[in-house]
Each structure stands twice: as C-alpha cells, then as structure tokens.
Design a protein around this ligand. Structure first.
Ligand code: NAD
Length: 458
C-alpha cells in the first residue's frame, strides 16, 4: 500500500500502517526521454543473437535465489501476503528463469519453409521498445513473466510496476540490471498517470497485466498509433462441483483457491456451482475449513491470511459484500468486522445469478457457493460472464468433466485441479480476460514481429 505526493511514493505496510520506504515518482514529462534511451540501447541489444542475450540473463536465476527470502519479506511488508507465500513467490520466480530462457530461445529460432519453387526463412524479430505495466498481487512474478520474453526477443523494456508495490518493482529491476547493459531495462514509478504516458510514448509494444477496465483504456489509447498490445486481464473464475466429485478434494481446492492471497489472484475461484445432491455436505466442508484460518500480519508465524493490499481494496470488497447481503445472499461464515485493512474470510450461500457478486470481479476473501440442478445449468451459468480466464471442474468421472470443460468459455480449464497447464502451455485469458497472451511457444512469439525472406529455388 502507498501514499503519494507528486514527487514521492511512500510504501506503507498494509498490516501495520507503518512506512517501509519510498521511491521518487517519475515526472510524466521525463518519460519520453526514458523511452528514447531505451530506443538507443535497443540498437546494440537487438543486434546480439538470442543465445547471447540468454547467456547474459542466465545468472539472474541464482541472484534471485540468493535473495529470495529478503525479496519475499519485502512483498509481505509491502502488500501483505504471508511470509511463506512471499518467499515462495520469489523462490518460484528464480526457479522459472532457466526453463523460461530455454523455451523462449527455442520458440524464437528462425524457421525454414519450402515448396517446389521457393525457400523461405521466417524470423522472429524484436519490435523495438516494450512498455511493461504490471499489478501488485504477484509483484515480483508478474514483471518477470512479462519482461523476460520481451528482453530475450531483443526488445528493450521500460517497466512501470504497480504504485502499490514500487519497492518490489525496484528490487526486481535492480537484480536484473546487475547483468544487463545500461538502458536495456529501465523502471519508472507512478500510478495510472505514468502508465498512460508510457502507453502514449514512442514505445512499439505494450505488455500489460492488470484489470479489464485499464486494459480497455490501454487498447483504445494504443490504437491511434497501431501499437502492439498484449493484455492479461481480470477474471471471474467459476468452479463446477459435480455430484460424483471427491468432496474433500473439491472442498480443499475451493477453499485454497478462493482465499489464497486473500482472493487477490486473477485466477481465484470467484463462483462455485455445486450440484444439489451434494450441496449440503460441500458447503459444510468449505465452512469447516475456513474456520481454521488465522488472519493477521503476514510476517507473524501461524498467519494463513494477511491484510488486503490497501484500504481502497478492502472498501471495494466490503461494498460488494454489503450489496450481496441486500440482494439476499446468506452469510454462512465470516463477515465479522475487522480493524485496519483486514477482511474476515467469508462464505456466501443462497446465491443466484441476479446478484451483482456473481458477475463483478471481487478480488477479495469471499467464497460464493450457488446450488444448481444439473451440469447443464452449471455450465450455462459458468459461461454467463464477459470474462474467460480460468475455470475448474471437479468430478469422479474424468470423461464427464472433460466433456463439460469443452463447453466452457474460459481460456484455461483444470479438471480436479487449478487451471495452469503442463510445462510449455500458454497462460491465456479468453473473451475479455485477455487480448494476446503469454507463455508457451505462441505466447513468446507475441513479443516479436514476424518477417519472412524468400528466394527462388534454382
Ligand atoms: P490495475 O489495472 O488497476 O493496475 C495495473 C497497472 O496499470 C498498475 O501499474 C497501474 O498503475 C497501471 N494503470 C492504471 N491505469 C492505467 C492507465 N490508464 N494506463 C496505463 N496504465 C495504467 O490493476 P491492479 O489493481 O493493479 O491489479 C489487479 C487486476 O489485475 C485484477 O483485475 C487481476 O485479475 C488482474 N491480474 C491479471 C492477471 C492475469 O494473468 N490475467 C495476473 C495478475 C493480475
């Protein structure tokens, strides 16, 4: 959480209200000069081979690993996630680097095509300068997942991390810059004003991770210059629990994925549709598990759930909860008033699709369970959303679940698990959860301009 003046962003621990550090805000008038430096640096960076760039980036993994606890603790104090999750995010980021470098290099290797008359080489070239704009919920991982493919492709990057987590963003850039030539990765600080200025500057590509509303602004703003955009946006992920599901497994996942990071995860389970026959037992299993949570300062041992990132985020969540209650939702547990930026993990039942909470992204610690008569009703309601990020189906019959999964409009669907795919899979939001995507061969290539050179066959 931060407070801002026009010249400084002061980072505040959302659990304690204490300041933990500050960064200078980048004046909007300076952003064009930052982008011009990036363009100059791109000439030499883009002229290196992909393998040379990859070798320069390899040591980043060990550098992050060596400081994973320190970076993790910074995340805990800056946005509230418990120590184990903060340190886990940093360690995971370190572990991803070698595989990501190899898979990006492989995806961007030139390809050869030929027919009877022509031989063609297909190249994956850098666009030039890439503006990267990221959110606060995974404040180290989100910059990395976007910056790495941009850099390996030969683009230079201007990163604007979230105004809620500027210190983590700065730590990210500092580590990478130990190994990169000057100007290849620059960071600017600020809020939407700086983000807007970056989109309007002379960048060639904007890679954005954040809310659907901001993504819509960016797409409109970038359209004038026909700039390339990759948008990874919000979601309202459904989970379907069929009557033959393993109840414990389904309840474990529902609780984990509704409340992880206090629900501040793009692929949080935000809507649960459970078949009538097992609904009583499923609701009881969820409520029992939520009773084990320990809400508090994420830095304290035993805490399972920290504060919301900010007072604003808490207010948005409580407002949705209040409206849901007025519209007839039943509070089955939680909803107890809490001091500071904390929100009590809450389970809502008795829901129907006329209620606002079944449609707007909540991004908070609320599990919404709605009963359905059968799988047709479940899939119809699951698809009743403009979003399309992740989804989950729980069933004892994998074929039944797989058939249902193919009727769903989400981009990533997990059967008896979360939505992430096997190594090499893209991270892809369908419908209004994404515009372009990251990861996997096809995602890596989105940071490049494809060009072909053809010669006649002699
Ligand atoms: P946000 O859209 O409010 O802000 C994201 C970033 O955009 C911040 O750096 C912000 O300063 C900047 N920004 C704000 N207005 C801007 C503008 N007009 N032009 C350019 N930049 C602007 O999102 P948030 O609250 O930081 O993050 C939460 C959202 O991110 C949720 O909707 C969540 O689902 C989504 N998210 C998606 C993914 C994914 O992989 N699809 C991953 C993480 C988070």
């Amino acid at each position: 959480m931060t407070t801002a003046t026009s010249s400084t962003l002061e980072s505040i621990n959302p659990a304690t209200g204490q300041p933990i550090g500050s960064v200078p805000v980048t004046p909007v008038g300076e952003i064009d000069a930052v982008v011009a430096r990036a363009r100059e640096a791109q000439k030499a960076w883009g002229a290196l081979s992909t393998a040379e760039r990859v070798e320069m980036l390899r040591p980043v993994a060990k550098a992050i690993e060596a400081r994973a606890d320190e970076i993790g603790d910074l995340m805990t104090s800056e946005m509230g996630k418990p120590t184990v999750e903060g340190r886990g995010e940093a360690a995971y980021a370190a572990s991803c680097v070698p595989g990501a470098l190899d898979s990006i290099m492989e995806a961007l290797a030139p390809e050869h095509l030929e027919d009877q008359a022509v031989e063609t080489t297909l190249y994956y070239d850098p666009y030039g300068v890439c503006g990267v704009i990221t959110p606060w919920n995974f404040p180290f991982l989100m910059p990395q997942q976007t910056v790495l493919p941009a850099l390996v492709a030969g683009n230079t990057v201007v990163l604007k991390p979230s105004e809620e987590t500027p210190l983590t963003g700065q730590a990210f850039a500092d580590i990478y810059n130990e190994f990169l030539p000057e100007g290849v990765l620059q960071i600017i600080h600020g809020d939407g004003e700086q983000g807007r200025a970056l989109v309007q500057s002379d960048v060639n590509l904007i890679a954005f991770v954040g809310s659907r509303a901001t993504g819509q602004h960016i797409l409109q703003s970038a359209g004038g210059g026909l700039k390339r955009v990759i948008l990874e946006l919000g979601g309202k992920d459904p989970m379907i629990v069929l009557d033959d599901a393993d109840l414990d497994e389904a309840a474990d996942f529902a609780v984990f994925n509704s409340f992880r990071n206090c629900g501040q995860v793009c692929v949080s389970t935000e809507r649960i549709y459970v078949e009538d026959g097992i609904a009583d037992k499923f609701e009881q299993a969820v409520i029992k598990r939520v009773g084990d949570f320990v809400v508090g300062n994420g830095a304290e041992e035993g805490t399972t759930h920290g504060p919301m990132v900010s007072t604003r985020q808490k207010e948005m969540v409580l407002e949705q909860l209040e409206t849901a209650k007025q519209q007839g939702a039943v509070v089955s547990c939680g909803d107890t008033p809490m001091e500071g930026n904390f929100v009590a993990p809450t389970v809502l039942t008795g829901l129907n699709h006329d209620m606002d909470i079944m449609h707007a992204e909540t991004f908070g610690p609320i599990a919404c369970i709605m009963r359905v008569k059968d799988e047709d009703e479940a899939v119809t309601l699951a698809n009743d959303t403009p979003y399309g990020l992740g989804a989950a189906v729980f069933s004892g019959d994998t074929d039944r679940a797989a058939n249902l999964a193919r009727r769903m409009t989400a981009g990533m669907i997990g059967i008896n698990k979360g939505c992430g795919g096997a190594k090499g899979s893209p991270w892809v939001g369908a419908q209004q959860s994404g515009y372009g995507f990251h990861g996997g061969t096809h995602g890596h290539r989105q940071f490049t301009q494809v060009r072909i050179v053809s010669v006649p066959k002699s």
